[in-house]
Design a protein around this ligand. Structure first.
Ligand code: SF4
Length: 172
């Protein structure tokens, strides 16, 4: 029998944000990231033994308590390092009619290449409406960019990109 992962290790939650994607969003910051991008804004999220453990039901209850929320943003840390549990959360959020935006240090192409080898990657990708991909590159940092830190990062329409087999960028 498949064991469903229902706990996440998180660095924190912001219950209402207007800067982490379109509309009003609840943001979950994953704990744990291997990349160590120079200039990373959230270095406290890097250790895989930091943060705290939370059951995804607690997050779903927070969402239910706020009728103003348009969607959820998964940020980091690196959500794809805990893809199975984040996929379960994302799928349940979508069942509520809300949208999902996921930040990752991996590129869309890297994720596509590893869909069948990394647990939960396919589910998390497919449950994400929008993917903001790629590591933070200090030399490409641009404060005028909306919803991303450096120019290399792309805001991607996941469904369209999978259908068309090429990266479809959302111009925001
Ligand atoms: S991928 Fe994101 S969380 Fe990880 S080091 Fe880079 S900027 Fe920081």
């Amino acid at each position: 029998m498949e064991t469903i992962k229902t706990t996440l290790r998180i660095a924190g939650i912001v219950k209402e944000s207007i800067v982490d994607g379109p509309g009003i969003r609840l943001v979950v910051f994953a704990q744990g990231c291997k990349r160590r991008c120079p200039g990373c804004h959230n270095p406290q999220t890097h250790p895989f033994d930091g943060g705290k453990i939370i059951n995804i039901n607690e997050i779903l209850e927070m969402i239910d308590r706020n009728p103003l929320i348009d969607g959820i943003t998964l940020s980091g840390g690196e959500p794809f390092e805990q893809a199975e549990a984040f996929a379960v959360l994302a799928e349940k959020v979508k069942e509520k009619g809300l949208n999902v935006m996921t930040y990752t240090g991996y590129t869309f192409e890297e994720i596509m290449k590893n869909l069948n080898t990394k647990a939960g990657w396919e589910r998390l990708l497919k449950a994400s409406d929008i993917l903001v991909d790629g590591r933070f590159i200090q030399e490409e940092r641009d404060l005028t960019l909306k919803f991303r830190g450096s120019k290399n990062q792309r805001i991607i329409d996941v469904k369209k990109s999978i259908e068309n087999n090429r990266v479809e960028i959302i111009l925001i």
